[in-house]
Structure formats: C-alpha cells, structure tokens
Design a protein. Structure first.
Length: 276
C-alpha cells in the first residue's frame, strides 16, 4: 500500500521529497527467508558476534586459512552457508555474517556504505584473510571496501557481482518511475555511499587495481545482473579469471556444486598453508 501511494504521487511532489521517498523504499529490502538446505548448513556452524560492538551475527565453519563470505542486497549469511561448509570441508575456516539491515541484524534499513564498512570490520576481526567471497552486491561492496578501507586478502571471488550499483536504479525505475531528476539525485547519493561520484563509480572505480587474485563467476541465466558484467570487469582487471555457467541464475549458483568446485580450485593452493 505504501509503495502504491508513493508511486502515485512521487512525480507530483518536490524533487527533494521524491528523492527521500525513493531512498526510504530502496533502503528497506525484503529479507530473504532461510531454506531447508541453508538451515542445515547453519546448524553445523559455530555462531559468533563480530564487529567492534559485536553487532553483526556471524557463523563459522572449519579450521584453517580464513575465508570470509559476503551475501548480497536483501540476502543473509544463510545463503552463503552451503558454499561456506563446502569450503570448510576443503581445509578452510569460513565465516559468513549478516550485514547491517539484513538477516538477523536488528538494524531496520540497509545502506551500501554499511556494506562496505561491515566488510572492513569483519575482515579486521578475522584477518589475515586467505580470501573474500562475495555474492552480487556483496561482491561489489567487498571490492569497494578493498579500495576505500584498505581490506586485503590473497584472493577475491565475486559471484554475480554488478559492475557498479545499477540494479537499485533499475529497481526504482520499475517500482516507482520517479522521473530522471529524482533518479539523478539517487545516483549522486549512491556515489557518495562509495566515497566517490556516480561518473567514477559507473566507470568501475570499485574494481581498479584488481588483477590475477580475482575470480569472477557469472551465469548466463541471471535475471538481475547482466552476465556481460563479468567480461567488462575482466577487461579492467588484467589477469583475472572469468568462469561462466548457463543454468543456475542469480541465486541457485551459490549452492551449485560447480560453483564450489570452481572456487575450490581457485583457492586450492591456499588451503595447504596453515598461515596466510
């Protein structure tokens, strides 16, 4: 009802009010439910609280070099749990957590800047890191955290990550049709969330400096992220690896054995070392 009312009146109000309404709706993604497969994977984990004040719910599997997994926008740690358990079976300590405004987090809204901040805080708490693995917005946020907060890892793996945050722009156009002036205000807002401007962000600033340590996983049937984003990012990141599948789409790729095998092979050399 709220969304219908906003859509009906958003072009009739001043731009500032229209932007505020668009921002409010965009910052409250529907929280993903936990599937039976995900719940089973969570049960095998140790539950912890991470961050300076222990505000981030987290789950830990295994022992060995540390791999932190980051869910996407509207996602939760549970979605990364099957993959985390598979990697733990291969000799890693894996950590998945709920970003502020997602999953079991008590925070009512979500922001890209919190994604970037939380990745940095978890990396600091769990480091040094063998790898960071991010899905969708989580992949983009972790690469941005690498540039903005100096997060380091020996390997970075991005699964269906957008080249830049265009999905929320497309979602606003579809949900509200707020008009170009409101959309431009929102683009500027997104740029600020990434500590830059929209022009630099849309040109791929989050990916600058990445190279052979980066694995990109995409699926041709993804309805949310353009699979050609992988090609675009690979062209920017010399020596990076691109793997594409053709049957899983945006979400099921996380639990696919093929995805776990591809990532496991990319990280294999790291699991033989007990220190990173």
């Amino acid at each position: 009802m709220i969304e219908q009312a906003v859509r009906a009146g958003i072009r009739l109000v001043p731009i500032q009010l229209g932007f505020a309404a668009a921002r409010w709706l965009a910052s409250r993604p529907q929280r993903a439910r936990v599937s039976e497969i995900e719940a089973a994977a969570l049960q095998s984990a140790r539950q912890e609280r991470l961050g300076p004040d222990g505000r981030l719910p987290a789950w830990v599997w295994g022992d060995g070099p540390t791999v932190v997994l980051v869910h996407g926008w509207g996602g939760r740690a549970a979605q990364m749990a099957p993959l985390a358990r598979r990697l733990a079976d291969s000799g890693f300590r894996t950590v998945a957590f709920d970003v502020a405004g997602h999953g079991d987090s008590p925070v009512p809204e979500a922001r890209w800047e919190w994604f970037i901040r939380d990745v940095g805080e978890v990396a600091a708490a769990c480091g040094p890191l063998a790898a960071l693995v991010g899905h969708s917005a989580g992949g983009l946020a972790m690469m941005a955290s690498r540039r903005i907060r100096g997060v380091t890892a020996q390997r970075f793996v991005c699964i269906c990550a957008p080249h830049h945050p265009y999905p929320p722009i497309h979602a606003l156009q579809k949900r509200l049709d707020p008009g170009e002036k409101v959309l431009q205000r929102y683009r500027d807002f997104l740029g600020a969330q990434f500590s830059t401007d929209w022009k630099s962000l849309s040109a791929g600033s989050a990916w600058q400096g990445a190279g052979p340590e980066l694995l990109l996983c995409y699926d041709e049937k993804d309805r949310y992220i353009e699979s050609t984003d992988g090609n675009r990012i690979q062209a920017m990141c010399s020596g990076s690896t691109l793997a594409k599948s053709e049957q899983f789409g945006h979400a099921r790729i996380l639990a696919a054995s093929e995805t776990a095998d591809t990532i496991g092979d990319f990280l294999k050399a790291l699991s033989t070392s007990r220190t990173v």
